[in-house]
Design a protein around this ligand. Structure first.
Ligand code: HXC
Ligand code: NAP
Length: 281
């Protein structure tokens, strides 16, 4: 689908790139020629990921310890990345925290923790990169990883939901404001993609996943490469005229939940025959 060297001479900074979808995107983009920086709290896991990816793609991956809630630390991390690779061209805001809980059972600190990682962490990182790119006249590209409930809202993940909604709004707001600086921002809203981080925290019981998968029109969860191809497209020059957009990749899940009559999928052929007769009376 892409030329192998499409990201040659391009450096991409990925928050939370040591695990899950961040790791998969790092590997895909490295395979397409990018220099990669992965940054998060767990340096040991990041370094292991960096070694693994370099072993497979032959490209350098720099692992930097960073908590997205710490703006001061970010300034050092950014400086280190720039000194190492010369410049940084793109940012993926992928780091997140989440758990499921009835909202009234949450402490205010639990709420703060998720909002601070997901929303504050994203605007801190975006702000620091925006300042850098505008000062240096670099055509930067940002990809924000949100969720389908950033648009729909969802119970039981409310701190995450309101934060992702903020990130989606940030994507659209800054696309309008920073277009004049040649900075593009887009977002991906993934449905269900298997990762240890999400599965451990959100689906403690295997039956959850089964139930959720049944609701998906395509009747399966996503494959990482389906998301990483989309990420590569949104960061590449192929999407140069696209900004402020969010692309959902969820096998039709949210639409199936929203459509008023979609529950009729439960009906059997006999039910339909019976209904047809009744409807014609
Ligand atoms: C309720 C909880 C909780 C839980 C922690 N807290 N876990 N409350 N239910 N399961 C509360 C704590 O009691 C504490 O409040 C406060 O939150 C902070 O907890 P810490 O453990 O000190 O926070 P921290 O060490 O910063 O860890 C952050 C974390 C952790 C979010 C709690 O889970 C984490 O590091 N997550 C990162 C990875 C992650 O979450 N990945 C999943 C992304 S999936 P008190 O009041 O006691 O001090 C995703 C996709 C969603 O976003 C869509 C899927 C379809
Ligand atoms: P994951 O593996 O748990 O990824 C979350 C990453 O965020 C981890 O690498 C973690 O690294 C990092 N992180 C957490 N707190 C951080 C902090 N304070 N500072 C820096 N980094 C931090 O889960 P995932 O499923 O791959 O999630 C990746 C992204 O996809 C998230 O934005 C998530 O909301 C989104 N998403 C996932 C799904 C899904 O089905 N998997 C669906 C919709 C959206 P450290 O622990 O090292 O800090």
């Amino acid at each position: 689908m892409f030329k192998d060297n499409i990201f040659e001479n391009t450096t991409i900074f990925i928050t939370g790139g040591g695990s899950g979808l961040g790791k998969s995107m790092a590997e895909k983009l490295s395979g397409l020629g990018a220099n990669i920086i992965i940054a998060s709290r767990n340096l040991e896991r990041l370094s292991q990921t960096a070694r693994e990816i370099t072993g497979r793609t032959g490209r350098e991956v720099l692992a930097l310890e960073h908590d997205v809630r710490n703006y001061r630390q970010l300034k050092h991390v950014l400086k280190e990345g720039i000194e190492h690779f010369g410049k940084i061209d793109a940012l993926i805001n992928n780091a997140a925290g989440n758990f499921i809980s009835p909202t009234e059972k949450l402490s205010y600190k639990a709420f703060d923790t998720i909002v601070d990682i997901v929303l504050r962490g994203t605007y801190y990182t975006t702000l620091a990169f925006g300042k850098y790119w505008i000062k240096e006249s670099i055509k930067g590209t940002i990809l924000n990883i949100v969720t389908t409930y950033a648009s729909t809202g969802s119970g039981y993940v409310v701190p995450s939901s309101i934060s992702k909604a903020g990130v989606l709004n940030l994507t659209r707001s800054l696309a309008a404001e920073w277009g004049k600086h040649n900075i593009r921002l887009n977002a991906i809203a993934p449905g269900l993609f298997p990762t240890q981080g999400a599965w451990e925290r959100l689906f403690p019981d295997e039956r959850f996943i089964q139930k959720m998968t049944e609701r998906i029109p395509l009747k399966r969860i996503g494959r990482h490469e389906e998301l990483t191809h989309l990420a590569a497209y949104l960061l590449s020059p192929y999407s140069a005229y696209m900004t402020g957009e969010v692309i959902t990749i969820d096998g039709g899940e949210w639409l199936a939940g929203a459509g008023e009559f979609n529950f009729l999928e439960e009906l059997t052929t006999d039910d339909w025959d019976e209904w047809k007769k009744k409807g014609r009376r």
